[in-house]
Design a protein around this ligand. Sequence first.
Ligand code: NAD
Length: 250
Amino acid sequence: MKLENRVAIVTGGNRGIGLATAQLFTQHGARVAIVGRDEDVGRVALESLHDAIFLQGDVTRADDCERIVRETVHAFGRLDILFNNAGIILRNRNIETTSEAEWDATMDTNVKSVYLMSRAALPHLRATGGGAIVNTASYVGLVGFPGLAAYAASKGAVVNLTRAMALDHAAENIRVNCICPGSVETDMIHDAWKLYGDVEQAARVWASKHPIKRIAAPQEIAELVLFLASDASSFVTGAAIPIDGGITAG
Ligand code: NAD
C-alpha cells in the first residue's frame, strides 16, 4: 500500500490514463477525487473505484478549480497528491490551419489548467507538510511532431512549467514532476485512428512508430504516476520522464 492515508485529485480521471491511475491509487490505499466534465462518464467511472468521489468541473475555469480542491478537502480532510492529467489534442493542424479559438482551447486545457489547479492545491499540500504534483505532458513535449503545433507547444510548456514549479516548491517538500507518454490506448488514440480512416491499419502504423513496436496500455502509464506520487520517488523533482516505448531515445 504505497498511498495509505493519502488523498489525491486526478483531473481527467473519468476515463483513459486518468481513470487507470485513479484505480491504481485506490488499490494502494488512497482516497481519490476524479474530475471530468461529463457527469454520466464520471458516474460509470466511480463504479470501478473504492473510496472515491466524482467532481464535475472544467479545469480551464479558475472557479471550478478552486471548488474542486475545496470539495476534495471537505470530503477527505486533506490533500496530498494532484495529478494534472486532463488534456485535449488537435490533430492535422499547423499554425496556419489552427484557429485562434483552437489554439486558446488547447493552451487553456493543457497548460492553464495546471496553473489553476496547482495554485488552488498548493496551500493544502503545504498544510499537510508536503505533497506531490504530477503533470501529464507527452513525448510531443520533448520533440516536435508534424500536424500537432498547438498540442506540441502546450506539452512543451507543461514540461518547463513542471521544472519551474519544482524549483519554486522544493523547499516546501512539494515535488513536481511530469510524465511524457508515447501513444496510449485510450479514446484519444481511437479518435486519431478514426481520423486516419482504416482503423486497423492506423493501429499498426501507430505501433510501428514506437521502437518497442506497440503502444502502451493506460495501466502502464499509471504505474509511473504511482511512483511519482508515492514516497518511492522521494528524491525526484523537476523531472520530465519519457514513458514512450523508446520513441524519444532515437
Ligand atoms: P482521454 O481523452 O481519454 O481523457 C482526457 C480526459 O481529460 C477526459 O477525462 C476529459 O473529460 C478530460 N478533460 C478534457 N478537457 C477537460 C476540461 N476542460 N476539464 C476537465 N476535464 C477535461 O485521453 P487520455 O489519452 O487519457 O489523455 C490523458 C492525458 O494524457 C492528456 O493530457 C493527453 O494529452 C495525455 N497524453 C495522451 C496520450 C495518448 O496517446 N493517449 C499520449 C501522450 C499524452
